[in-house]
Design a protein around this ligand. Sequence first.
Ligand code: SF4
Ligand code: SF4
Length: 164
Amino acid sequence: MNRLKNNEHQTLCARCGGQCCRTRPGIEAPERFLALPDPAAALATLLLQTEWVLETHYGVPYTPGVTAPDPGRIIQYPRPATLSEQGKDSVDITAADDCIYLTPTGCSLAFEARPRMCRELIPDSCFECETPWGRREAALAWLHHQDIIQAATAALVPQEGFRP
Ligand code: SF4
Ligand code: SF4
């Protein structure tokens, strides 16, 4: 996992009420899993616990000289589930809801354990918070690690009731 400076701003985020955590939880980068001996097994464990889900990104973001636009391609990446997604068969990206790790006093995960998108979000005093690592960056990061996703879901398919 990359080491990012803790940029939490608890006073500001308390005033905001955690709006970023009440819509769609942040996406994690592949590095969390690549740092482990069996990345697919680590991801499969999180999915099986129903605390995490796989979200689908449609298309490959265009990066001149690096990636060509490919609107027909699907990229999957992992993030914590929302309360309404937990234990469900599918992810509904149109339904905003609280992240399962959100508590009345903020995120229950230690800063280092949070998804990269959460750690990179920069609190703004006008609540126009932005991140240098968003969905585009997540899609590009996971583009060449879809084998981990596929191996994780393949390991889970025999599990009763699991749908990636
Ligand atoms: S990072 Fe921004 S949107 Fe998220 S809780 Fe803090 S102030 Fe609110
Ligand atoms: S993991 Fe924590 S910081 Fe990220 S969306 Fe969930 S509650 Fe918010």
